[in-house]
Design a protein around this ligand. Structure first.
Ligand code: PLP
Length: 444
C-alpha cells in the first residue's frame, strides 16, 4: 500500500519545526534551495541586532550580546558541526563568488609543483629524478554554476594567464551528472594545480562523493575545493581532519534560511593556515592588532585571516536563529534523514503519477548520490513551472528542461509533497500549461 502523507507527517519527529517558519500563505513552497524561508527565530535575532543598534549605537560592537566584534567567530563555532570542521577553519564573510575569488587568490599557485610545495621545484626529489612538470591548470566541471566559472576565468586573466590554456572542465556525458571515472581521469593529468567541484550539482541535484574525490585529488597533489552552496544545511560534511579538502565556500540563503543575499562562508583547511591571505584587508588582521592600523598586515589565526572588511552584522544575525533550530532538531543528520524520506516519498509519487506523463527524474536515485532536491526533466518544463506557480506551488525552472522540487526538512511536510505532485499531474493531464507562454524570452 502507498504511504499516507498525513500518517508520515504524524510520525515525523521534525514536524513541529514547521510552525517555526513563515510559510507563504496559501502556497506550497518547494524552492528552499534557491531562497530558504524566514523562521521566527531568525527574525527574532535580526530584530534584536536592530534594537541593539538603536539603543547602543557604536557600542554594539562590544556591548551587544553576542558582541558584533566577534559575531562571525561566534557563528563559525555554531556552524562547525554542520561542516565537520574546526571553528578556526571557517570564516563567515563575503559571498559565494567573492569567497571563491579569495580562495583562488590565496591557494592558486601556478607554475609550482603542487601541494605542499609552492613556487618553483625545490628539488626535494633529489638529483637523479627529473623535476615534476609545473602545475598551472585549474580544473572545474562543465555543469558548474555560471558565477563560479566567471570567477575562474577572470581570476586567471588577473594573473596574466590565458583561460584557454589554464582552465579545464570535466565533461558531463548527458549534461545532467558527472561520472566518477570522468572526474578521476581529469585528476590524472599531471598539470592540475587546483580543482573546484560542486558537492551538489545545482541543476540535477547529484551529490558527489566528496570524501573519495577529495582523497583521490590529494593523492595526485591537487589542491581540492568544494562549492557547498547546494549542500550546506542539507547534507552533512566532514571537511576537517587529515583527509579533509583544502578549501570550500558557500552561501547561507539557500538551505540555511539566512535571508536574501545573506553573508557567505568559506573553509580553509588548517594545513594552509600559514599562508598569507590572497586578498588582504583590515578585518583579517589579528583582533588585538586590528586597530593598531599598522602598515604591515598581521594576519589573524586561521581562516579568519581571509576576512577582508567589516563583517555583515545584519545578515549574520538570522543565521543564529537558523543554527539554533538545527541544533534543537538534533543536528544535520536528523535533517538529512528527513530530507531523504521526503525525496524518497516524492520519487515514489513521481514514478506512479508523473512518469507515465513524460516526466523523467534526472537526480541519481541512490541516497549517497542524491542531494536535497529532485530535478524532473520534461520538454515543457518552462510552461509546466508557470502553471505550477499559478496553482500555488513554488518550484523552479532550470534551462533547458528541468523543474526543481526542493522539500526543506524543517518546514516541508509529506502532505505538501503529495499535494504538489497531484497538482502537477492535473496540470499535465488537463494540459493547463499550454495556455502559458512557450518561451521564457516572452516573459519579462
Ligand atoms: C547559489 C550559488 C552561487 C551563488 O553565488 P553568490 O555569489 O552567493 O551569488 C554560486 N555557486 C553555486 C553553485 C550556487 O548554487
Amino acid at each position: 500500500m502507498f504511504a499516507d502523507p498525513a500518517a508520515l507527517d504524524t510520525a515525523d519527529p521534525l514536524a513541529r519545526f514547521r510552525a517555526e517558519f513563515f510559510l507563504p500563505p496559501g502556497k506550497i513552497y518547494l524552492d528552499g534551495n534557491s531562497l530558504g524561508l524566514l523562521s521566527r527565530r531568525a527574525e527574532a535575532h535580526l530584530a534584536r541586532v536592530i534594537a541593539d543598534w538603536r539603543t547602543l549605537g557604536i557600542e554594539g560592537w562590544t556591548a551587544a550580546a553576542p558582541p558584533w566584534l566577534t559575531l562571525a567567530e561566534t557563528i563559525a563555532e555554531k556552524i562547525a558541526p554542520l561542516l565537520g570542521a574546526a571553528p578556526d577553519e571557517i570564516c563567515l564573510t563575503g559571498q559565494t563568488t567573492a569567497n571563491l575569488h579569495q580562495l583562488l587568490a590565496t591557494l592558486y599557485a601556478p607554475g609550482g609543483t603542487g601541494f605542499p610545495a609552492r613556487g618553483p621545484c625545490d628539488h626535494a626529489h633529489g638529483p637523479n629524478t627529473p623535476c615534476p612538470a609545473p602545475r598551472s591548470v585549474i580544473l572545474g566541471d562543465a555543469l558548474n554554476f555560471a558565477s563560479d566559472s566567471y570567477a575562474l576565468h577572470s581570476h586567471l586573466r588577473l594573473r596574466g594567464l590565458d583561460p584557454a590554456q589554464h582552465l579545464r572542465f570535466i565533461p558531463s556525458r548527458d549534461g545532467r551528472v558527472l561520472r566518477l571515472d570522468d572526474i578521476l581521469e581529469a585528476f590524472a593529468a599531471p598539470d592540475i594545480q587546483l580543482a573546484v567541484l560542486p558537492a551538489v550539482v545545482f541543476t540535477s541535484g547529484q551529490l558527489l562523493d566528496v570524501t573519495t574525490l577529495t582523497r583521490k585529488a590529494r593523492q595526485r597533489g591537487i589542491i581540492i575545493g568544494w562549492d557547498l552552496s547546494h549542500s550546506i544545511g542539507a547534507v552533512p560534511h566532514s571537511l576537517g581532519g587529515e583527509s579533509g579538502p583544502d578549501f570550500a565556500f558557500w552561501c547561507h540563503y539557500k538551505w540555511l534560511n539566512a535571508g536574501p543575499g545573506a553573508v557567505g562562508g568559506l573553509f580553509l583547511h588548517r594545513r594552509h593556515h600559514a599562508l598569507a591571505p590572497g586578498l588582504a584587508g583590515w578585518w583579517g588582521v589579528r583582533a588585538d592588532r586590528r586597530f593598531a592600523m599598522s602598515p604591515h598586515h598581521e594576519p589573524a589565526a586561521g581562516a579568519a585571516a581571509l576576512h577582508i572588511g567589516t563583517p555583515h552584522i545584519l545578515s549574520l544575525a538570522p543565521l543564529l536563529g537558523s543554527l539554533e533550530l538545527i541544533a534543537e532538531a538534533g543536528g544535520l543528520c536528523a535533517l538529512r534523514a528527513k530530507s531523504l524520506a521526503l525525496t524518497d516519498f516524492l520519487l515514489a509519487l513521481i514514478d506512479r503519477d508523473l512518469a507515465p506523463l513524460g516526466f523523467a527524474v534526472v537526480t541519481p536515485r541512490g541516497a549517497p548520490a542524491r542531494g536535497g532536491h529532485l530535478a524532473l526533466a520534461h520538454p515543457e518544463a518552462w510552461r509546466l513551472c508557470q502553471a505550477l506557480k499559478a496553482a500555488h506551488v513554488v518550484a523552479d525552472f532550470r534551462a533547458p528542461d528541468l523543474i526543481r522540487l526542493a522539500p526543506a526538512p524543517l518546514y516541508t511536510s509529506f502532505t505538501d509533497c503529495a499535494d504538489a505532485i497531484a497538482r502537477l499531474q492535473t496540470i499535465a493531464l488537463t494540459r493547463a500549461h499550454e495556455s502559458f507562454p512557450e518561451s521564457r524570452a516572452l516573459v519579462t
